[in-house]
Design a protein around this ligand. Structure first.
Ligand code: ADP
Ligand code: MG
Length: 252
């Protein structure tokens, strides 16, 4: 008997993002630097969590910004197969407008898109607050009246209002205390399974990436030096740099 494949299962094997031979150079005054990203190629499938791991300054944030068109690639190609890919950042405070309430911030994507009535926007914002582990009472709060973890929850909520299928999370827990880190990671994993959300999870922390990712890519000085399934790669690193990272983290 043939297995019955649901359309959802088929969807899981589609690429949601394809990056090929991407290069980004920043020009600093007249002096040329090494490109921040060099010949980067990879794919992310629908509903997959991919870790991007590398030391500070290796080009992770540049790659994230190039994927979303925040910086312009010098060459190469980025193809999105979903609408409204979103990004969240390390510092949840600077990415929230300090003069606006949480309710206003959550409804902003709808105002820009001119979507829904006022009442419906509000209702959807309240629903999102519960989805990210907060409640209706946060609607009228300002960012300064929230803890770091609560701010990151609001950032995640704001990023998810338009129901993206791809979220790029750039060091989303690096500024948080360890217990709060674990809560935000748990939240991202829940949202991933509830919404079938694909996540590019960027971190310099090998333990965090291990807990979050199905697959991992190792970046060194602007290049991807190794990629593979997380368990396989941590158990059996092929590139010396990956081995050195694992050793430095006492994982080998
Ligand atoms: P990571 O996120 O891995 O720490 P970044 O992508 O922030 O790395 O930085 C990669 C390299 O690009 C670094 O050498 C950094 O100094 C440089 N860089 C980052 N942003 C800019 C910019 N706006 N202008 C010039 N150089 C930059
Ligand atoms: Mg960075």
């Amino acid at each position: 008997m043939k297995p019955i494949k649901s359309s959802k299962q088929e969807e899981l094997h589609q690429n949601i993002l394809e990056v090929s031979h991407l290069q980004v150079s920043y020009k600093k005054n007249t002096e040329e630097q090494d490109p921040a990203c060099q010949d980067i190629s990879f794919e992310i499938q629908e509903g997959e969590i991919v870790g991007l791991l590398g030391e500070s300054g290796c080009g992770k944030s540049t790659l994230a910004k190039a994927i979303l068109g925040i910086v312009t690639p010098t060459s190469g190609e980025v193809r999105h197969y979903s609408s409204y890919p979103q990004m969240i950042f390390q510092d949840p405070y600077s990415s929230l407008n300090p003069t606006k309430t949480v309710g206003w911030i959550l409804q902003e994507p709808f105002r820009i898109q001119k979507r829904y009535s006022k009442a419906e926007r509000k209702e959807r914002a309240i629903k999102m607050l519960y989805k990210v582990g907060l409640s209706e009472q946060y609607m009228e709060r300002y960012p300064r009246q929230l803890s770091g973890g609560q701010r990151q929850r609001v950032c995640i909520g704001a990023a998810l209002m338009l129901e993206p299928r791809l979220l790029i999370a750039d060091e989303p827990v690096s500024a948080l205390d360890v217990t709060i880190q674990a809560q935000i990671m748990q939240l991202l994993l829940e949202l991933h399974s509830q919404m079938g959300l694909a996540i590019l999870f960027i971190s310099h922390d090998l333990r965090v990436v291990y807990q979050m990712s199905d697959r991992v890519m190792i970046m060194q000085q602007g290049r991807l030096v190794e990629q593979g399934s997380t368990q396989e790669l941590y158990a059996n690193p092929q590139h010396p740099y990956t081995g050195a990272l694992l050793e430095a983290a006492n994982l080998r």
